[in-house]
Design a protein around this ligand. Structure first.
Ligand SMILES: Cc1ncc(COP(=O)(O)O)c(C=O)c1O
Length: 308
């Protein structure tokens, strides 16, 4: 839509599994004038290489980034726009947390817990970074990032230097990572299928200023349905991870007999993800356990890289 407003051509490399699972998102982008390719695609060398080895690859955000960067480099007048992970993107999103602080001021309250779901880390950083500043200045506040058990970057990955993409086209970033060639299971929360985490979020986790929790896909849809029935709004599958964390915190407070104010970022609605709800409601989603061996295999890709 931004490209349409500025009269720019837009080419989107959309992760294959999202291209298939979320056709309405593609149709929206097409309506605003973008061309969408399922990634891995035949448009780039990186895509062709992956397709040659894995013709049925579901794709990953790391692969899509490789393709987009390669495409931008190949065309003199093209630019690549990143939507998450890098610190400047996180900084830009902090308007969300700053607005939340102003709203809390108006009602004379302050949150005990701040929660966001974390894929590359941008919406979580957006809501939490202004509160991290408060925490550094002495406020007692817990800050929790919620991620999928099938892509447990912060809860099971090491803090290491890694590439932001599979074809190693980005600079090395210090981050919690599962390795740049890790291809997560094709869960419906496509926006959380990223092997790494924003460097600033990773650093704060490493310093113990924030926490991380992982939730299985089925538990997150349970939480999303509970929310929809109570609030009327159907959340995005990514957002359901934050809601699962909110419910866990609320239940903990109840068990402790304490009242707690919980703030979370509702990162998106699920009106273009209804097929995912249909799969959940018809019992087609099953819990997915990520074996340690797969994490160890994927981490071989960063063996010998410098450590932060
Ligand atoms: C609705 C929604 N929430 C969250 C995310 C996760 O991204 P990030 O961690 O950058 O906020 C995405 C990514 O596509 C998304 O679509």
């Amino acid at each position: 839509m931004a490209c349409a407003m500025f009269g720019l051509e837009c080419r989107v490399f959309m992760v294959r599994v999202s291209f298939d699972q979320k056709p309405y998102r593609r149709m929206m982008m097409n309506t605003w004038g973008a061309t969408c390719f399922p990634s891995p695609s035949n448009e780039t060398e990186a895509g062709r290489q992956i397709l040659a080895e894995h013709p049925d690859s579901p794709g990953s955000l790391g692969i899509a980034i490789s393709e987009a960067v390669e495409d931008a480099i190949a065309h003199e007048s093209s630019r690549y726009s990143l939507g998450s992970v890098l610190n400047h993107v996180c900084l830009h999103q902090t308007i969300v947390g700053q607005e939340a602080q102003k709203q809390f001021e108006k009602i004379g309250a302050y949150p005990d817990v701040v929660i966001g779901c974390a894929g590359g880390g941008s919406n979580f950083a957006g809501i939490c970074l202004p509160y991290v500043r408060d925490k550094i200045h002495g406020k007692a506040i817990r800050i929790i990032g919620a991620e999928p058990t099938s892509c447990p970057t912060m809860t099971r990955g090491p803090f290491a230097y890694d590439f932001g993409d599979l074809a190693k086209k980005t600079p090395l970033l210090p981050m919690y990572t599962l390795g740049h060639d890790y291809v997560p299971a094709p869960i419906h929360a496509g926006g959380l299928r990223y092997h790494g985490m924003a460097p600033i979020i990773s650093h704060l986790l490493h310093e113990g200023l924030i926490e991380a929790a992982a939730y299985d896909q089925v538990a997150t849809f349970q939480a999303g349905v509970q929310w929809a029935r109570a609030e009327g709004v159907i959340p995005a599958p990514e957002t359901n991870h934050a809601i699962a964390a909110v419910i866990a915190e609320a239940q903990r407070a109840k068990a402790e007999g304490k009242e707690r104010t919980i703030l979370f970022n509702f990162s998106g609605h699920g009106m273009v993800d209804l097929a995912a709800y249909d799969a959940y409601l018809s019992g087609k989603l099953i819990p997915y356990e990520l074996p340690d061996a797969e994490i160890q295999r994927a981490l071989k890709a960063i063996e010998g890289f410098p450590k932060p």
